[in-house]
Design a protein around this ligand. Sequence first.
Ligand SMILES: [Zn+2]
Length: 87
Amino acid sequence: MSRNLLHCGLGLACSQNRQPTQGNTMTNTQQQVDLSEKPCKCGDTMGEVIGFRERSTDKEKVMYRVCWYCIKCHATEKAIGRETSVN
Ligand SMILES: [Zn+2]
């Protein structure tokens, strides 16, 4: 897995995968919701914050989406339910 992990102010690893929205690419092949980032109320983009938790069954460290974090206004939005699953 080649995620671009950065350490943010929350003490967790987060990735800011900014992708330019310019261009005229026709991406109508599949409707897949990208949860790696979300629009923030301030107009900027919130990036996902990835954490690790230990699976109780085999003590394996598994990645999960903790929340989204806006580096501009420092807002956070907690990931709930299926939003916490990475991949
Ligand atoms: Zn913001």
